[in-house]
Design a protein around this ligand. Structure first.
Ligand code: PEP
Length: 247
């Protein structure tokens, strides 16, 4: 039985005060069990949020793949560990597009996150042209195989994949339930090809892309959709509570 996840990706939003206010507002209203409720916040406020979080869990949005060194402006895995976060987003399409986070970097980040006991939330997904030209499966196959090349882990619950079609991110255009299920099921098959069916059946696969309080129920009702990675709609406290209550 896979425990669902509702993870908010705040991106570059919320000051420290705004974020603390959010945590105080939502924390005692979230379901106490049955779903992992996570906010992935800007690195500079992670420690402040972890200190105040009870039911809600906190994740990071990025991490450098090296232990330490001359990487100006970067955050090391040890620094993240030090904040107390449990999760880190890897390979978000915005980082792939704007910060050259390619498949090799994604692969290195997953390995490094697991080495430091952080749970990677690995994002994959096709762009509009790739979908319209029937390449969705090719893209997912390539991204998953490269991301997980040589990646070993003991507990499949520590690895999370998010199917995030790029055409649905921040566009208000959500994948249909059939599209979301088809892609998440296919990702599970790919993972089964690498790790075997038993392990793949325990890995949580999320849908992300304009998920909101209106479409969340239908999307997460799909058998291979184990929750959501939510950007815009996760910024508002009441919305976040409602999204978490969909499980
Ligand atoms: C995201 O950034 O991961 C995302 C899914 O954004 P949005 O929900 O705003 O489309």
């Amino acid at each position: 039985m896979r425990k669902p996840i509702l993870a908010g990706n705040w991106k570059m939003n919320k000051t420290r005060d705004e974020a603390i206010q959010f945590i105080l507002q939502v924390d005692n209203k979230l379901p106490k069990s049955g779903v992992d409720c996570i906010v992935c916040a800007p690195a500079i406020i992670l420690r402040d949020l972890v200190k105040r979080a009870d039911t809600i869990q906190v994740g990071a949005q990025n991490m450098n793949e090296n232990d330490k060194g001359a990487y100006t402006g970067e955050i090391s895995p040890l620094m993240l560990k030090d904040t107390g976060v449990k999760y880190v987003i890897v390979g978000h399409s915005e980082r792939r597009a704007y910060y050259n986070e390619n498949d090799a970097v994604v692969n290195a980040k997953i390995k490094k996150a697991l080495e430091f006991d952080l749970k990677p939330i690995v994002c994959v997904g096709e762009n509009l042209e790739e979908r319209e030209t029937g390449k969705m499966q090719d893209v997912l196959k390539s991204e998953i195989n490269k991301a997980f090349d040589g990646v070993v882990f003991e507990d499949p619950a520590n690895v999370i994949v998010a199917y995030e079609p790029i055409w649905a991110i921040g566009t208000g255009k959500t994948a249909t339930t059939e599209q979301a299920e088809e892609a998440c099921k296919y990702i599970r098959e790919l993972l089964a090809g690498i790790y075997g069916v038993k392990t793949a059946d325990k890995i949580r696969i999320l849908y992300g892309g304009s998920m909101n309080t209106k479409n969340v129920n239908d999307l997460v009702a799909q058998p291979d959709v184990d929750g959501g990675l939510v950007g815009g709609a996760s910024l508002d406290a009441d919305n976040f509570i409602a999204l978490c209550k969909a499980f």
